[in-house]
Each structure stands twice: as C-alpha cells, then as structure tokens.
Design a protein around this ligand. Structure first.
Ligand SMILES: NC(=O)c1ccc[n+]([C@@H]2O[C@H](COP(=O)([O-])OP(=O)(O)OC[C@H]3O[C@@H](n4cnc5c(N)ncnc54)[C@H](OP(=O)(O)O)[C@@H]3O)[C@@H](O)[C@H]2O)c1
Length: 272
C-alpha cells in the first residue's frame, strides 16, 4: 500500500511510519521539521508538511503524488497538546490547538478526497485519543479538538462509504513516546495562577502516566494489522485496562459521579 502519514517526525507518528515500512508499505511521511532533501536509509520518504498551512498541504500532496502516486491510505498523527486551565487558556491558544489537531486533518482530507473518490478506494485513519471520549483536567483545548475529530470521523465515514472510502479512529491511551516539546503550557499558567497547585498535581499525573505508558512499537504493529484488513474497524482503541475501564465508567455512570472520580484521580492534593 502507499501510505501517507502526517506528524511522523516523533512519537506515535514515527513509530507508525516505521511499522508500516517494516510491513513493506511505501511510506510518505510529513512533518514541519523535514526538509525533503535528506537521503532515507529506512525506506521512508520524508517531505515537509505544515498541516496549518493550506499551501504546505497542497505542496505535500503534489510531491507525495510524484514520489508515490495513488494514495491508498492516509494516517493523521500531527497534533500538539496545550496544558492550562479553561480560565487561563486564551481563545488564541484554543484556536491554535484546533487549527493543528482538528483542522489540520480537514485540510489534508480535502486535498486527498478527490483522489480517493476518483480511484474509488482509500483509507483514512485519524488519531483521536482517550481524550476524544472523556475530559481530563487542564487539557481542555486538546480534549475539545479530539472530540471534534470523533464527531467529524462519523460524518466523514457516512458521506464517503459509497465511494469506497473507509474511515478509522485510533484512540490511544498513554504511550511512552511523545516528545515534551509538543506539550506546551498556556502563557497564563504562571506562578500566581489560582490553579497552580492543582495544575502541578494534574500535570504530574499526566506526565507519570505517559512515562509509564504502553509500548509505541506495539501500537504501530496493531495499526499495521488494522490498516491491512480488507475492511478496517471504525474504532481501534489501544489502551491499558484501567483506561478502557475509565471509558466504560464514563459511559455508564452519571456525569457528576464520573467527574468526581476523575477529579480525585488527577487533582486531589494529598495532605500529609
Ligand atoms: N503519546 C501518547 O500517549 C498519545 C496518546 C493519545 C493520543 N496520541 C495522539 O497520537 C498522535 C501522536 O502524538 P505523540 O504524542 O506520540 O507525538 P508527538 O511527539 O507529540 O509528535 C507530534 C508530531 O506532530 C507533528 N506536528 C505538530 N504540529 C504540526 C504541524 N502543524 N504540521 C505537521 N506536523 C505537525 C510534529 O512534527 P514537527 O514538529 O516536525 O512538525 C510531530 O511529528 C497525536 O495525534 C496525539 O494526539 C498520543
């Protein structure tokens, strides 16, 4: 298969690209840090791509089409996290997260859908997250973007299935792969913030869970198996048992009780 992958310079995007290349697929990887000139000793074609810039998306699709014509699958990994309180995350910061994590997928899909429709096949794989299913404190911008991805994917699948296009949501739990440079703090989250103590506790839990998270190479392998199926599943959830349980309880319990449990897990300051 010819597979394009966005956000493939680090983290799960990189591990997914490497898994797809190991499986013998032709991989075209995009990220802002790729210059498109370097030699590739792992068989992956690396091209510059900024998913927030329509001209960059257009150039990526054109160059990818020249290097590997006839895209069979696109995997959207490009994203970043903005950590901060709902009160202190600015509207501009929300917009930046949504622009990359959600609208980035929309831009790339709009560039590829005419090709996939014409060839009457194509697989679109979008990285959501457990955060696409439930909220986690101090990740509201990211959570909103991943919830947007979840809703958008359902609409996209219904509209395109008659053209032979398949859509898949990947919902990872914590994996020990992401780079700290994509976990930014909002500018307003300073020393004097009224949320400071809770923020430090919450981000400490988030950091600990990611450091102890699942193996990113196993995710790459599971994804390769899913993409290679004639009919992809619509959802691929790759998470630890307790994260599966959190999603189950979120759907089962009254919202108030669920929020209390997650508050206690992330924010309760333990007093000696
Ligand atoms: N790691 C986890 O535990 C976890 C859990 C759930 C979901 N996820 C999801 O998995 C995906 C990968 O996350 P990660 O944490 O593993 O990786 P990461 O280390 O955070 O990497 C983010 C990637 O996105 C790229 N990127 C950021 N802005 C971009 C832009 N404007 N245009 C193009 N590329 C851009 C970065 O490359 P450049 O800077 O070179 O552009 C980088 O390759 C994300 O969608 C994330 O939401 C991860």
């Amino acid at each position: 298969m010819i597979i394009y992958i966005t956000g493939a310079s680090s983290g799960l995007g990189l591990h997914t690209a490497q898994a797809m290349a190991r499986h013998g697929h032709t991989v075209v990887a995009g990220a802002r840090s790729f210059d498109g000139n370097g030699p590739s000793d792992d068989g992956i074609i690396r091209l510059p791509l900024d998913v927030t810039d329509p001209r960059s998306v257009e150039a990526f699709v054109r160059r990818a089409g020249e290097a590997a014509p006839g895209v069979d699958c696109v995997i959207h990994c490009a994203a970043f996290l903005m950590l901060g309180s709902c009160e202190e995350t600015t509207v501009e910061e929300y917009a930046r997260v949504l622009d990359t994590d959600f609208l980035g997928m929309v831009r790339v899909n709009q560039a590829l859908l005419p090709i996939m429709r014409k060839q009457e096949h194509g697989k679109i794989v979008m990285f959501s997250s457990i955060n696409g299913l439930l909220g986690i404190p101090f990740q509201s911008a990211y959570t909103a973007a991943k919830h947007a991805v979840e809703g958008y994917a359902e609409c996209l699948q219904m509209e395109t299935m008659d053209f032979g296009i398949q859509v898949c949501l990947v919902e990872p739990g914590d994996h020990r792969s992401g780079s700290d440079s994509y976990r930014k703090h909002t500018a307003g989250m300073g020393e004097n913030s009224p949320y400071r103590v809770m923020f430090e506790r919450g981000t400490g839990v988030i950091h600990r869970d990611e450091t102890n998270g699942s193996d990113p190479d196993r995710l790459g392998e599971k994804l390769a198996a899913a993409v290679e199926r004639k009919r992809m599943p619509f959802r691929v959830r790759i998470a630890s048992a307790d994260q599966h349980l959190a999603v189950f309880l979120h759907d089962l319990l009254p919202g108030f009780l669920n929020n209390r449990i997650l508050h206690s897990y992330y924010l309760k300051v333990r007093r000696k």
